[in-house]
Design a protein. Structure first.
Length: 195
């Protein structure tokens, strides 16, 4: 009898300890109600150098980021994609992807960047055993999940937060690097009146 009561007591302590686990940090929400990772960085670098470094970074990240547009000469936009992996014991497989927007603005001596508009697209196996997107329309990551997949949705949010912080760290290191700045080559236009 003593053994059973002590066993139940230990089980209740374990459950209490699990309940006290600190909540994983999730990205903050902006005024539109969307998750956002926003950062302003002071750099003692002129605006032209920051602009060239930002463009070079966006064009070199072919797998993670796709350079989209430049708004004026100080704002740049790219689309990004990250893969969410699901791990069971030892095996891991992709369970979906998160699409996001990456925006940069530069000024003299500082720049700011933010990641926002996170959309989750689930994966499924195709007939060849490959994991492919099951739909082309993403679900905003800030949506509230149903009761059945609440823990899985929370894991997607936590993995996205971790990825956003890692991407921000890599971007800041690249922007602060002392690598020689090479301006992108200008496109030559050929205008001939005779042909």
């Amino acid at each position: 009898m003593k053994f059973i009561s002590s066993f139940i007591f230990l089980l209740s302590l374990i459950n209490l300890a699990k309940a006290q686990k600190p909540a994983e940090p999730v990205l903050p929400v902006d005024e539109r109600g969307k998750f956002i990772y926003y950062e302003v960085v002071d750099a003692k670098i002129p605006k032209d150098s920051l602009k060239i470094r930002a463009i070079n970074y966006l064009k070199k990240q072919n797998k993670e980021l796709k350079y989209k547009t430049a708004q004026g000469d100080t704002a740049f936009t790219a689309n990004g994609k990250m893969i969410i992996n699901k791990t069971l014991l030892v095996m891991s497989h992709p369970s979906g992807e998160v699409l996001f927007d990456f925006q940069i603005e530069v000024r003299d001596g500082k720049y700011r960047f933010w990641l926002t508009d996170f959309n989750f697209i689930p994966y499924q196996r195709d007939r060849y055993g490959n994991f492919v997107a099951s739909t082309s329309v993403g679900t905003p990551l800030e949506n509230e999940p149903g009761k059945l997949n609440a823990t899985q949705w929370k894991e997607y949010q936590v993995q996205t937060t971790k990825y956003a912080k890692e991407l921000a760290a890599k971007f800041k290191v690249y922007m602060a690097s002392k690598a020689p700045i090479v301006a992108p080559p200008k496109e030559k236009t050929v205008v001939k009146k005779e042909w």
